[in-house]
Design a protein around this ligand. Structure first.
Ligand SMILES: Cc1cc2nc3c(=O)[nH]c(=O)nc-3n(C[C@H](O)[C@H](O)[C@H](O)COP(=O)(O)O)c2cc1C
Length: 132
């Protein structure tokens, strides 16, 4: 799924987190596999971001994208800027979301480029300022 709640937490050990809606399929999947990958999208991947934000069955989601297989068989997006491969370190219930903390076991820079940005419910490209 698409998330913008992703953030770094700790350097030693390397920990990151994201917040997952309790109803998201991704939340159940992460709870059963105890692993997740994070693909950092480039400014060319707005459509990919929108696609992973869609609700409903996504059987063909990965088969039509250029994917690699991370540790434990969790896919990642090869056309993204970078990916992180994480083992679940901690899960904290927080309202209608859970905070999922992951230990980064592998990090790979995949492609040069600029990141996709999302701010005030809109996508922005670096260099363009959001309106007041
Ligand atoms: C830019 C953007 C950021 C999002 N960030 C989050 C997030 O941080 N946490 C979350 O639970 N859902 C977030 N969503 C919504 C999920 O991507 C969406 O609910 C998705 O359908 C969940 O997919 P799943 O049920 O297959 O896991 C975001 C959506 C967009 C477009």
């Amino acid at each position: 799924m698409t998330v913008n709640s992703f953030t770094s937490v700790s350097l030693h050990p390397p920990l990151v987190l994201f917040c997952a809606d309790n109803r998201a399929d991704t939340f159940s999947a992460v709870m059963s596999s105890h692993r997740f990958t994070v693909s950092i999208l480039s400014e060319q991947q707005e459509a990919v971001s929108q696609r992973f934000a869609l609700i409903g069955p996504q059987d063909t989601l990965y088969s039509t994208l250029n994917c690699g297989m991370g540790l434990g068989g969790i896919p990642y997006l090869k056309d993204s800027l970078a990916y992180l491969d994480c083992a679940v370190d901690n899960v904290v219930q927080a309202g209608d979301h859970h905070i999922i903390v992951g230990l980064v076991e592998h990090l790979e820079l995949l492609n040069p480029g600029r990141p996709l940005m999302y701010f005030q419910s809109q996508y922005y490209h670096p260099g363009t300022l959001p309106p007041d």
